[in-house]
Write a protein that binds this ligand. Structure first.
Ligand code: FCB
Length: 465
């Protein structure tokens, strides 16, 4: 099933997504202070092979060349995030002008090249100084976040940005960071997770309102991780397990944002959140989102499991199930994207959903030539984009699709091993080589998808400059 560009409306937003921590590097340059990931990565055994994001793709220094690559590829929309500790090194208060200048220049450069900037306020890199005060578990984060949003809105609000996102995947940064402890800041347990969950949910509206106060006529969304969940068998207990996993992984944050509150009926173990809530929080959880960002990579199969505390459910991994999977061990199951678009499309039927992330990691190999062959990623993208088209035909108001990601980068606890990029990055030299998938996407976008990947060889050696 190969998708065709002209099945999609002209106004459809095609793009690529990135994040500050994963690409920028320059971790302590020009006044930036450490984020939780800068410190977490110094802790033993936390990141694959002890790797760290200090340099990453060096995007901070090389953004002009990378924007040039976007232009060459004809990618009209670019999603990135703002590193909080770059613009507010103390977490609040004094603006670091040099740090903010970077984002101003990036936005200007994108617009000069007719590429629309899509900033996300927060993509997981909390200033360490704020974490030292409890981070997302401290209710003061509502003020800290307001200050951050305000600072960004004041500085970037008048530069021609049309689309903003508030948070990236609150379920992941609170779940992995404050419950399971395998992401920064490495905290565990309900005592951390529940307040972090509440405060992250409340910040959606804060970010949305503050950004809107600086700029009218903009669209503001927020992004949500989701996996299509199916039960392992049709036995009652597996059906219940799947329902609970869906409530936790897919519904927990988007439902309060659209005014439905936390799905506590299906997740009774989260009821203690009520003790953390202050008067008026119920109403404050609802944001006024112009679009919902859906971030889907896979499906999960759930089964009942008596020894998993509270949830009584577990996910059976793709390798165990013997199904095709990516380097992340995520099942390749394109229909998952369709199902999630249908599910998330129901929340606000009169407003769009946008696929703000979708993509795959495969063990790409660079042999020193000017090409990297990644047929599995080309297929992955084709099949997933075809599912977007199917969702639109079935009436889901999908208005954009962003590939994760522009170039191979720092994949959190997995370090530099999983390569998700349309562009290969040689981390020793910072040489960028456009993969076949990048050329395919480019051809697809220009409507010249001829299948001939050798016709538009482009090699960019930014390290040689
Ligand atoms: C998402 C994250 C993104 C990237 C992809 C692979 O959960 O938002 O930063 O790591 O997964």
């Amino acid at each position: 099933m190969t998708p065709v560009r002209n099945e999609f409306p002209d106004s459809f937003a095609w793009g690529v997504s990135t994040a500050a921590l994963q690409t920028e590097g320059a971790w302590n340059l020009d006044g930036k202070s450490p984020s939780v990931w800068d410190t977490f990565s110094t802790r033993k055994g936390k990141i694959h092979r002890g790797q760290h994001p200090k340099v990453a793709c060096d995007f901070y220094n090389r953004y002009e060349d990378d924007v040039e690559l976007l232009r060459i590829l004809g990618i009209p929309n670019f999603r990135f995030s703002i590193a909080w500790s770059r613009v507010l090194p103390n977490g609040t208060g004094r603006i670091n002008d040099k740090g903010m200048d970077f984002y101003k220049s990036l936005v200007d450069k994108l617009l000069e090249n007719e590429i629309a900037p899509w900033p996300t306020l927060y993509h997981w890199d909390l200033p360490q100084l704020l974490e030292d005060k409890g981070g997302w578990t401290n209710r003061d984060i509502l003020h800290w976040f307001e200050d951050f949003a305000n600072t960004v809105g004041l500085s970037l609000g008048n530069r021609g940005i049309q689309n903003w996102m508030v948070l990236n995947e609150p379920m992941v940064f609170t779940g992995a960071g404050y419950f399971l402890g395998y992401h920064a800041p490495g905290k565990r347990g309900f005592a951390n997770f529940i307040p972090a969950m509440l405060h992250a949910a409340l910040c959606t509206r804060i970010g949305e309102e503050v950004l809107r106060s600086h700029q009218s006529e903009i669209t503001i969304g927020s992004t949500y991780s989701c996996s299509y969940i199916t039960p392992k068998t049709i036995r009652e207990k597996d059906l219940i397990a799947a329902k609970r996993a869906d409530a936790l992984l897919n519904r927990l944050f988007v439902e309060p944002a659209v005014g439905l509150g936390f799905p506590l009926e299906d997740l009774p173990m989260l009821r203690p959140v009520e003790k953390w809530m202050k008067q008026g929080d119920d109403a404050r959880l609802k944001a006024n989102l112009d679009f919902i960002g859906v971030q889907n990579y896979t499906r999960e199969v759930a089964e009942a499991c008596w020894y998993v505390p509270y949830l009584k459910a577990r996910l059976v991994n793709a390798k165990k199930r013997g199904v095709p999977h990516t380097e992340m061990q995520w099942e390749i199951y394109p229909e998952a994207l369709y199902e999630m678009l249908v599910q998330f499309g129901r929340y606000q039927p009169d407003k769009p959903v946008i696929v703000t992330e979708n993509g795959a990691a495969f063990p790409d190999v660079y042999d020193g030539s000017d090409a990297v062959q990644d047929p599995l990623r080309v297929q992955y993208l084709q099949k997933h984009i075809a599912q977007v088209s199917r969702a639109i035909k079935d009436g889901v108001p999908v208005s954009g699709y962003f590939v994760w990601t522009l170039m191979d980068n720092f994949e959190w606890a997995e370090g530099y091993r999983p390569r998700f990029g349309l562009i290969y990055n040689d981390f020793d030299t910072q040489k960028r080589i456009i993969k076949d998938s990048g050329r395919w996407y480019s051809d697809f976008l220009s409507g010249t998808d001829s299948g001939d990947l050798s016709s538009r060889a482009v090699l960019m050696d930014s390290s040689a400059k």
